[in-house]
Write a protein that binds this ligand. Structure first.
Ligand code: NAD
Length: 357
């Protein structure tokens, strides 16, 4: 009998439903090809949840995500809900969901597809072949550290990491590096910050369990520069919350298109997989959104949550082939397009490539 995985589906707002539908289309193609079953249950979040239940994160969603193997998410937000009080806004629902799920590691690949190399603002020779995974600690560091205080003339935050928090994020990074090019660059500010000294010590300790992985350290200011100067030197970057926030955004722009890049938040029992872009209200309902970031997020879900690595690779290969054959949604239409296709056509073409491969 086929293995059955339970998948929570959160479409959200704006283009969310269009792009998630295409990811499901592609997931169905790989599951029948690779002999496993996916059982979907849909949950509400963000504006859609506000409209239906009055709150952005309904209790049913909190309970629902705890009963599945992984959650695939589109995007939330839009002008309709922008003027609500902060605790009722869609974004508050998403932050609450991430907290409830306890996912402490955020994985953000920065991948440059050869076929879209002209989309990058950097020179071709700098970005060709870039394939970086940024592993960002997500639930600690200065965004959460206590004490914190605002007053009119003086305000402060505290950057705190415990040995345990550093250890678990370092392990995630080394485990990923083993499946890739076996290089980890740990980014910190150990020349100035005590918290970074501890970070460095603990990462060194964890590295001893991974003798086949090469570990280097880099100060965050240098890392920001090196990402733009010579991004190909990186395989896996592991770093704390605030440094990772900034570096992962910079790294994602190496590829030049927001509609292509996936992300994963993992580390607890259930992982959350989502495109890095938002709900794009300006193009919602027009059928022109690029579903590739979400389809690629579904591939990350197969790889990191369900360990269906072959199925994940089949999706990644199909995306590359579709791009090589010149199919483009409008957002990337300016780069060597042979045919401009809609969101649903892009999903169907990728699904067909998988079924026929
Ligand atoms: P955005 O990422 O939604 O859109 C930025 C630009 O990129 C827009 O022009 C949009 O049309 C385009 N774009 C984004 N995704 C695309 C895709 N798949 N295909 C083609 N074009 C795409 O960012 P924004 O405009 O700053 O925010 C819009 C809403 O999304 C806001 O309400 C914001 O709060 C929300 N948001 C949600 C998330 C999330 O759900 N994780 C993340 C960021 C922003």
């Amino acid at each position: 009998m086929n293995k059955v995985y339970k998948i929570g589906i959160i479409k959200g707002d704006g283009i969310g439903a269009e792009i998630v539908d295409e990811a499901i289309n592609v997931l169905d193609a790989v599951s029948s090809k690779f002999g496993f079953d996916l059982e979907y249950s849909e949950m509400l979040l963000g504006g859609a949840a506000i409209d239906e239940t009055g709150v952005p994160l309904p209790p049913e969603t909190i309970a629902g995500v705890k009963k599945v193997d992984a959650v695939l998410f589109g995007a939330i937000g839009g002008p309709k809900w922008d003027n609500l009080e902060r605790h009722l806004r869609p974004e508050t629902g998403l932050l609450g969901l991430r907290k409830e799920m306890g996912t402490f590691a955020n994985l953000r690949p920065a991948l440059v597809y050869d076929e879209l190399i002209n989309a990058s603002t950097l020179k071709q020779e700098v970005v060709k072949g870039v394939d970086i995974m940024v592993v960002r600690e997500l639930t600690g560091g200065i965004y959460f550290g206590e004490p914190r205080e605002y007053s009119k003339d003086r305000a402060y935050n505290t950057m705190v990491y415990t040995r345990e928090e550093i250890k678990r994020i370092a392990k995630v990074a080394f485990d990923i590096a083993i499946k890739r090019d076996k290089r980890v660059c740990s980014v910190d500010k150990a020349n100035v910050l005590e918290v970074s000294q501890l970070w460095r010590e603990v990462v060194e300790e964890v590295a001893k369990d991974y003798p086949e992985v090469e570990l280097t350290h880099m100060y965050v200011d240098n890392a920001a520069m090196q990402l733009i100067r010579e991004p190909k030197q990186f395989d896996v970057i592991v770093t704390g919350n605030i440094f990772g926030d900034i570096l992962s955004d910079a790294a994602s722009m190496l590829s030049g298109s927001i509609g292509l890049l996936p992300s994963a938040s993992v580390g607890s029992k259930v992982g959350l997989f989502e495109p890095i872009h938002g709900s794009a209200p300006d193009i919602a309902g027009q059928g022109i959104a690029n579903p590739i970031a979400t389809i690629s997020s579904a591939a990350m879900m197969l790889k990191y949550a369900l360990n269906e690595v072959e199925a994940a690779d089949a999706i990644d290969n199909a995306i590359k082939k579709v791009l090589a054959d010149g199919y483009r949604t409008g957002d990337i239409g300016a780069y060597d397009a042979k045919e401009i296709v809609s969101c649903s056509e892009m999903g169907s073409i990728i699904a067909n490539y998988i079924s026929k491969a």
